[in-house]
Design a protein around this ligand. Structure first.
Ligand code: M6R
Length: 612
């Protein structure tokens, strides 16, 4: 999605803005631009369709743009096609004000008509230009940009993170937020804004997260914050607990590969600090034992891979808690009049903590009286802040659009939540609890071992990368894991891929299996291994080319029927998908590599989906 960065200090702004935007590239974009004010109050706007490099080449890496204050933007088109004119920043008709914007102004048509009637001529098709021209309209009243911003905020409806510069104010710029992430970074004699901390982490780890309705005035000397009533407010500063190296490739060809390899360590960080004397503790949770016992139903609400975590979680939590668990796509949940009440626990899962559909579902569930517990990676994100309880995955920054380490840490945390609740509810025997705990402690090491030897996965990828259609089949936890394996493959390699519960194949989809169709048969869920085998035979009989995945103890059995088999170490069934997903991630990665795809930034996708 769109990215924002802003800078004021004593260094040349343009190179800093370009560097910040480069660090936001992973979020997905189709055009980029910057606006810089020079000391002689000249406002320069440079923007271009396409990759950031195009813009950088036009302005010689930023060197040809003078000035120490500026804003930058990477745009992911919503209103109007990706082109130079629709790219941000947008400049007001009088050339005095430039704006970058993330989000959507819902009443932009009405405002545009109002401004057109006043003689304003619009250059772009964007909703953002309305903000720029409206600012210019109010600025003309008293030449006070601060007043103009508040007047505009009272008129616009929708979601926004805004960066605003005015040629008459070469020493400060403004920022405003509602329903779109924005933070302020504090430096020595320089200050920043960014929609995502990765843009500025190179310069500072001290930040303040802006809340809805807040406005910031940023100068090199300091930052003043105001609420929507225009009253000054104090903001708490937070320190980011990772540094710039965490958001760099560190010798790997792609962030995705780096993040796959980081999974064992990420799981250690996520899990082990919450284990004492072989028991799981979530000390910061506000829900107590009485509330946990009173829960009548658990909902897991999420999108994409986070939803797939929920699919695995349903099987595991129902087993551990003997309570009904419903997994809902956030985009559906908000419109389905959900039967949620104050006896419902709603677990919201999100890496970014900013996914708009998930956020809307959270608010819907909260209004209905549910307790909201979120599992989130990005500290201080909107979902984290609006939840009653938050458990952070502490996976560090995840840059590749295709999630891997966030998925794995979410999954481990959800299982740990099951252990924690199961212990309180008495639905997990001590023996079972200890067995699960024993495997949890071994999980990172088993994963590390798998990651040391990935030659067979590379080999299978080279066998199959030319296929145009793939089916993942599995039962129970293998089905849930297959959903994620299939999404990984399709999103980065652009191969059409579907995941099916094996038993459901014969109800329609099996008609698509013909000679040479690739079927990835998942047989890691031990209780249903025999059933998995019969489904393998079933698709082979229709000519399918099968690549199987099973555990070490079942590999010889599987090899009697299938030549190509990937293996994973044995674990407790609860954690088997945590191991099984790793070869699927790697398979997707190497297939995409062989197909020459842009692995970290797949077409049409954004890291965090902040539009509906
Ligand atoms: O940040 P979130 O976890 O809320 O994001 C949800 C999905 O957009 C995300 O998982 C998406 O499906 C990934 N591209 C999958 O790799």
């Amino acid at each position: 999605m769109c990215g924002i960065v802003g800078y004021v200090g004593s260094d040349q702004a343009a190179p800093i803005l370009l560097d910040g935007l480069a660090r936001l590239e992973y979020r997905g974009y189709d055009s980029a631009g910057i606006a810089v004010v020079s000391e002689n109050k000249e406002l320069q706007v440079k923007k271009s369709k396409g990759r950031l490099q195009v813009l950088s080449d036009i302005i010689n890496g930023g060197k040809s743009v003078e000035g120490v204050l500026g804003i930058g933007h990477t745009r992911w088109a919503t209103h109007g096609e990706p082109n130079d004119v629709n790219a941000h920043p947008h400049l007001s008709q009088d050339g005095k004000i430039a704006v970058v914007h993330n989000g959507i102004i819902e009443n932009y048509v009405e405002l545009r008509d109002f401004l057109k009637a006043k003689g304003y001529v619009f250059q772009s098709e964007t909703d953002t230009e309305v903000v720029t021209q409206l600012l210019s309209f109010y600025y003309a009243e008293d030449s006070d940009i601060f007043n103009a911003v508040f007047k505009v905020l009272r008129r616009i409806e929708g979601a926004y993170a805004l960066g605003i510069i005015c040629a008459d104010c070469p020493d400060r710029f403004l920022a405003a937020r509602k329903d779109a992430p924005l933070l302020v970074g504090f430096g020595e004699g320089e200050n920043f804004i960014a929609s995502d901390v990765t843009a500025i982490i190179k310069h500072t780890r001290e930040v303040a997260y802006m809340e809805d309705g807040e406005v910031a005035v940023i100068s090199a000397e300091g930052v003043s914050f105001y609420n929507i009533m225009e009253q000054p407010i104090e903001k708490e500063h937070s320190t980011i607990d990772w540094d710039v190296s965490a958001a760099e490739k560190g010798g790997y060809a792609h962030f995705m590969l780096k993040e796959i390899m980081e999974q064992p360590e990420a799981i250690r960080k996520t899990a082990f600090s919450r284990i004492r004397d072989n028991k799981v503790f979530f000390e910061d949770l506000s829900i107590g034992a009485e509330y946990i016992k009173s829960i009548s139903k658990i909902y897991i609400v999420a999108c994409g891979s986070s939803y797939h975590v929920g699919m695995v979680g349903k099987y595991n939590l129902e087993r551990m808690l003997r309570k009904p668990v419903e997994v809902c796509l956030a985009s559906e949940f908000r419109y389905c009049d959900p039967l949620v009440d104050d006896k419902s626990l709603v677990i919201v899962i999100s890496q970014s903590g900013e996914t708009l559909d998930t956020m809307a579902a959270l608010r819907e569930a909260k209004n209905l009286g549910a307790h909201i517990l979120s599992i989130v990676n990005v500290v201080g994100s909107s979902i984290a802040r609006e939840s009653d309880d938050v458990i952070y995955t502490w996976a560090g920054p995840e840059i590749a659009v295709a999630t891997t380490k966030a998925y794995s840490t979410q999954l481990v945390l959800l299982n740990m939540l099951g252990m924690y609740f199961g212990d309180i509810l008495g639905t997990l025997s001590k023996e079972e609890y200890d067995a699960i705990m024993g495997e949890l402690l071994l999980l990172p090491t088993k994963m590390e071992k798998m990651l040391e030897d990935i030659e067979d996965i590379k080999h299978f990828a080279s066998d199959y990368f030319n296929h145009s259609s793939v089916f993942f089949i599995g039962r129970n936890l293998d089905y849930a894991m297959g959903l994620e394996g299939s999404l990984k493959l399709k999103e980065i390699s652009y191969i059409h891929s579907e995941a099916y519960a094996s038993g459901e194949l014969k109800h329609g989809t099996i008609s698509l299996i013909e000679k040479g169709t690739l079927v990835i048969a998942l047989g890691t869920y031990a209780p249903l291994f025999d059933k998995a085998m019969s489904n393998v035979v079933e698709v082979q009989a229709r000519g399918a080319d099968v690549l199987a995945l099973t555990t070490e103890s079942n590999v010889s059995e599987m090899r009697k029927t299938v030549e190509n088999v990937m293996t994973v170490p044995e674990s407790h069934t609860i954690f088997q998908p945590s191991l099984g997903v790793v070869p699927l991630q790697l398979f997707a990665y190497y297939v995409a590599l062989l197909r020459g795809c842009d692995i970290d930034k797949p077409r049409n996708l954004a890291k965090s989906v902040t539009v509906e």
